[in-house]
Design a protein around this ligand. Structure first.
Ligand code: SF4
Length: 298
């Protein structure tokens, strides 16, 4: 495959903040995606098959017009699915059939297990047990060094069970990717549509980041045609700066815009230039950024 085709293959199966393309349709909880952020295969674990989330982000890709197929997470089934997919990826069987048969050789690597699904994974009451299963499954597959990523809106990181799970992940190559889409309460409520105060998100990110470096994931977009105001981006940078000044370690800030056409027609991507401008302001804090541009134009 030519380089341009390879790029297209990655982009068309791109993973955004919470990616919801599901492969291996027979599975209930475990799926695989070709991920542009990790340039390889990401094994996703969906702990919210009921599609319930404590946020209602206006850019969310989850189709909540129909109910989730499964209401509960049955951990023994999740465990079987995870073990099977890891073994298939390791043996190469994963690449024998569509949709992964066309994946070019350099991308045929499992890069991570990601807790990322149709809602906030840490709201699952047995989150710690799910983490233990993931750790055991990667070990059993001989993929001990595989990264485990928790893609979270940070609202539940204060829960004792979640804190214990994160400590466990610290010892097993875990990473926290925490969502922060705004710098002000007003804009946060506009884009993430939740009753949970921004302060809780910020406090939880700070507490987590004091214990290990965290990755911040931020998605900016046009809402009713308007990009975030300059003051909003200044406030967002101020929040990031405050976290670092209070002893939080931010390893990376991933700056996204809308990757695919969202359900809400008033949400549209930023231009590359607009996204670059936000990233440049974050880099002045200084923090390291990764930029993820849109794949489509309005
Ligand atoms: S937190 Fe994630 S799953 Fe929940 S609404 Fe936002 S994007 Fe969707």
């Amino acid at each position: 495959m030519r380089a341009s085709d390879l790029k297209a293959a990655v982009n068309t199966q791109a993973l955004s903040i919470h990616d919801h393309r599901r492969e291996l349709e027979a599975n209930r909880y475990v799926y695989a995606v070709l991920s542009r952020r990790s340039s390889g295969i990401s094994i996703g674990v969906n702990l919210n098959p009921d599609k319930i989330c404590n946020f209602d982000c206006i850019y969310c890709q989850v189709d909540r017009t129909s109910p989730g197929k499964h209401k509960k997470v049955e951990l023994p089934i999740l465990e079987d699915e995870l073990k099977e997919i890891l073994l298939k990826a390791k043996s190469g069987a994963l690449y024998e059939n569509p949709p992964f048969a066309g994946v070019p050789e350099p991308l045929r690597q499992v890069k991570d297990i990601a807790f990322s699904g149709d809602g906030e994974p840490t709201t699952f009451p047995h989150f710690k047990k799910a983490v233990e299963i993931a750790i055991a499954a990667k070990k059993e597959a001989g993929l001990d060094s595989l990264k485990i990523v928790v893609i979270t809106n940070a609202t539940m990181l204060h829960r004792p069970g979640v804190r214990q799970a994160l400590s466990l992940l610290d010892a097993h190559n875990g990473e926290i990717w925490a969502k922060l889409d705004a710098g002000t309460e007003d804009y946060y409520r506009t884009v993430d549509a939740t009753r949970i105060p921004l302060k809780r998100v910020l406090d939880n990110i700070l507490d987590a980041a004091r214990l290990r470096p965290v990755v911040i994931q931020s998605l900016f977009m046009r809402v009713h045609g308007f990009p975030p105001e300059a003051g909003e981006i200044t406030a967002y940078c101020d929040r990031l700066r405050e976290i670092t000044m209070k002893g939080g370690k931010i390893g990376l800030v991933q700056i996204y815009t809308v990757a695919r056409r969202p359900a809400r027609e008033y949400v549209a991507p930023l231009s590359d230039r607009e996204l670059d401008s936000i990233a440049e302001q974050v880099e002045k804090i200084p923090l390291t950024t990764a930029r993820f541009y849109s794949n489509y134009e309005i």
